[in-house]
Design a binder for this molecule. Structure first.
Ligand SMILES: *[C@@H]1O[C@H](CO)[C@@H](O)[C@H](O)[C@H]1NC(C)=O
Ligand SMILES: *[C@@H]1O[C@H](CO)[C@@H](O)[C@H](O)[C@H]1NC(C)=O
Ligand SMILES: *[C@@H]1O[C@H](CO)[C@@H](O)[C@H](O)[C@H]1NC(C)=O
Ligand SMILES: *[C@@H]1O[C@H](CO)[C@@H](O)[C@H](O)[C@H]1NC(C)=O
Length: 283
């Protein structure tokens, strides 16, 4: 065996070992162009697109545009970085971006919304179910193992927990990061002005914030208890008559424990020693 064939044999073996559970990012996958952005074009991605194009038509058309922009901003940023483009699971990214707000649904008897969980949790769990349901009917379930499903779940569930996905799977982080591109402080240099112009032109943002304002306020109406410890409580307090999370915040929980503890252990002194940094671990 010639050295070159041994070397390439080793490289192949190495690639097989290093490859993630599925190889969507590494293999060549079909692509298409949407609003000037090259994007992955597999059957499940097409299904997610047609879902968000039809499902929100009647009541939440701003959501269709928001979900498309989220995906396309992210895809544009990824395309601008050859390393990312070659290593990320672009199917996880696409499907995760497009299903990231399932919990915003307001249709009667929605299969994507519960009274128990926050919209972030509902969106993540039902995105996994959506994928499982789709693969059950259309095949490809083996390619969607628990790791890929959880990558989608994490990227969606942690979307409003700023910074939380910086140290999880990059595929999850890029879902959250793509959502973040929608709430910008100026244009991100990762995306580029031409992409911004094309994407905004194809998927207008003209009612995003009014739709968001309605949707969040409405959550404080139909599932108040699930909003008490979250930022949605601010929508309730500002806009919903009779809404109050007094007594139900995490502060209240700790204060209750504090009272009980002092009553239970009145004779145990509490002395907080202060280190030379004044208690500031950053100094
Ligand atoms: C591309 O992305 C990788 C991985 O996040 C990062 O380390 C690198 O700095 C990026 N390159 C550029 C040119 O932004
Ligand atoms: C998945 O399919 C089941 C059975 O049809 C259905 O009850 C459920 O609502 C579906 N879930 C999602 C998230 O689409
Ligand atoms: C909405 O789109 C317009 C271009 O149509 C853009 O100028 C503006 O910055 C966008 N607003 C947000 C919040 O992204
Ligand atoms: C935001 O939502 C509240 C509650 O529905 C509404 O009263 C308010 O007018 C909305 N703000 C705008 C600018 O649409």
């Amino acid at each position: 065996m010639k050295f070159s064939s041994i070397a390439s044999g080793l490289a192949l073996a190495g690639a097989a070992v290093a490859a993630p559970s599925t190889d969507f990012a590494l293999a060549s996958y079909p692509t298409t162009t949407v609003a000037g952005v090259e994007v992955i074009d597999t059957p499940i991605v097409r299904a997610a697109r047609s879902f968000i194009e039809t499902y929100y038509k009647d009541y939440q058309p701003y959501l269709t545009n928001h979900l498309y922009r989220t995906w396309l901003f992210g895809a544009a940023a990824i395309n601008n970085n050859a390393t990312l483009k070659a290593t990320l699971d672009l199917e996880v990214h696409a499907v995760g971006c497009m299903l990231h707000d399932l919990g915003w649904d307001i249709k009667p008897h929605s299969p994507y919304t519960t009274a128990t969980y926050t919209f972030e949790v509902d969106s993540g769990r039902f995105a996994m179910d959506w994928i499982k349901n789709w693969t059950k009917v259309n095949g490809g379930a083996a390619a969607w193992d628990e790791v890929r499903l959880q990558k989608v779940n994490l990227g969606i569930m942690l979307q409003t927990f700023i910074g939380a996905t910086d140290f999880v799977f990059p595929d999850s982080m890029w879902i959250t990061k793509s959502v973040g591109f929608e709430f910008p402080v100026g244009e991100s240099p990762l995306i580029g002005s031409k992409n911004y112009d094309n994407i905004w032109k194809a998927y207008s943002n003209s009612t995003l914030f009014r739709g968001t304002n309605y949707t969040f306020t409405n959550m404080a109406v139909y599932k108040p208890a699930a909003t008490y410890t979250t930022f949605i409580s601010d929508f309730g307090k500002n806009y919903v008559k009779g809404y109050s999370n007094a007594g139900s915040t995490l502060f209240d929980l700790i204060q209750g424990g504090l009272k009980g503890e002092v009553a239970e252990y009145p004779n145990v002194p509490f002395v907080q020693k202060i280190p030379p940094n004044g208690g500031n671990p950053l100094n």
